[in-house]
Design a protein around this ligand. Structure first.
Ligand code: FE2
Length: 425
């Protein structure tokens, strides 16, 4: 009997000895330093790092790839982005969303991301984007886990249909509900919006994933109420607070208090360093705040925090190519997490921590008996991967190679010498 696939000379996290990973019927059967079982296909990793797939914890597939439509964001600000998106959103069709979302997912897969949580705007009464992304979810299910969160871009309290639309989206099959309490008109309405989101989530037993305090306003204190609701309702493990950038500006005593509560609730955090380093701090002259949540402090508390790309070439953020290594690289710099252990923690944020946020940890990881979802990176360890952001040479989903990329090599011609170099130390 032959196995389906063997990866030989694989370097696993924290191990010096290279291993064989034997895969059959889409599952990891055996991991060992030798093998005598033949396989139909063998991949020689040549000592490269083999990891479980990257996890995208926060993206907006319904707005992805709309940059410049109907016009460019001249100021580059969040507020102009919201204005442009409101116009672009009126033009969306099923085909439009399908094409852009599928293309963006292909970019993810090509770079080793096989688990994605996407928000989807429900403020369009026809729910076109929700319907289209539910189709996408089904279409990509054989190779990508896609979770969808109903996202009320226009808020809940001043948009009377928002709750009904969110409820309809949940009935149609989205996995969770969100909110934007910091965009509600008053503190009181923001609090009320959070309560309603939790009520809805409890009714349908689905995830809560709230865009929370995405502002530099140090008075934006909705995280404490999200944490309180999660704690009181025992809903923390299914609750995610996204962005929480205001925490960057909280006084330390208050930040400490709110993190204590988050610890009691045991909720998840998601930071979005690419969009937030670009969009936050826009009211500052100098010095300019970095506009990212307190990543180190969240980790120190033993709380789970993972990373999202947030926007991929849309009116809010026109850059990006759906690379989670790029997201992690930015986080490392913005949060000054350049200590050796901190860099390893950053790598966890786009892998294991993401699986925790998405609550798929049991089926995630390179272990015997788990699904054979693996990525071969052209790197010798995690820190090397964060530095060079190298090619993901093989992406394997349920034992099948679904993407392959040639590593970058440069041919130099200096004087009479010709040589091929790469950028390893
Ligand atoms: Fe977002």
């Amino acid at each position: 009997m032959k196995n389906q696939l063997t990866i030989k000379n694989a370097k696993l996290h924290g191990q010096d000895q290279l291993v064989y990973i034997a895969i059959d019927q889409g599952m990891i059967r055996h991991i060992s330093t030798h093998t005598d079982v033949e396989a139909s296909e063998t991949i020689d990793a040549q000592g490269a790092l083999v990891i479980p797939p990257f996890v995208q914890s926060h993206v907006h597939l319904d707005s992805a790839l709309t940059v410049g439509e109907p016009r460019e964001n001249v100021s580059g600000t969040l507020y102009e982005g919201i204005e442009i998106w409101a116009q672009r959103q009126k033009q969306i069709t099923r085909e439009d969303v399908l094409a852009r979302a599928l293309k963006t997912i292909k970019w993810h897969v090509g770079q080793g991301t096989l688990l994605i949580r996407s928000h989807v705007d429900i403020s369009d009464p026809s729910l076109t984007a929700v319907k289209a992304l539910l189709e996408v979810k089904e279409k990509v299910a054989p190779y990508v886990t896609l979770q969808l969160m109903a996202f009320p871009q226009e808020g809940i309290m001043d948009y009377p249909q928002a709750l009904e639309l969110m409820e309809e989206a949940v009935k149609m099959g989205v996995d969770g509900v969100g909110g934007t309490p910091h965009l509600e008109f008053t503190r009181e309405e923001g609090i009320a919006s959070i309560n309603r989101v939790f009520d809805l989530a409890e009714k349908y037993d689905c995830f809560v994933d709230i865009h929370c305090d995405e502002t530099d306003d140090e008075q934006s204190r909705f995280l404490e109420h999200v944490a309180l609701q999660a704690y009181r309702r025992g809903y923390g493990p299914r609750t995610t607070a996204g962005h929480t950038t205001a925490m960057h500006s909280y006084n330390h005593a208050y930040a400490d208090k709110v993190l204590n509560l988050a610890q009691r609730a045991n909720l998840h955090f998601v930071a979005n360093p690419l969009s937030n380093i670009s969009l936050m701090g826009r009211f500052d002259s100098y010095p300019k705040r970095r506009g990212i949540t307190r990543v180190k402090e969240i980790i120190e508390r033993g709380l789970n925090i993972s990373l999202g790309h947030d926007n991929v070439m849309d009116p809010f953020y026109g850059m990006g190519m759906a690379s989670m290594l790029q997201v992690a690289n930015m986080c490392l710099h913005v949060c000054q997490m350049t200590g050796i252990d901190e860099m390893r923690q950053i790598f966890d944020m786009i892998t294991l921590n993401g699986a925790k946020t998405l609550q798929v940890k049991d089926a995630y990881g390179i272990e015997e008996g788990k699904p054979a979802n693996l990525v071969v990176l052209d790197a010798h360890d995690e820190v090397d991967a964060l530095r060079r952001m190298p090619a993901v040479t093989k992406v394997i989903s349920l034992g099948k190679v679904v993407a392959a990329t040639e590593p970058v090599r440069t041919r130099l011609s200096l004087g009479n010498n010709e040589e091929v170099i790469d950028y390893r130390k």
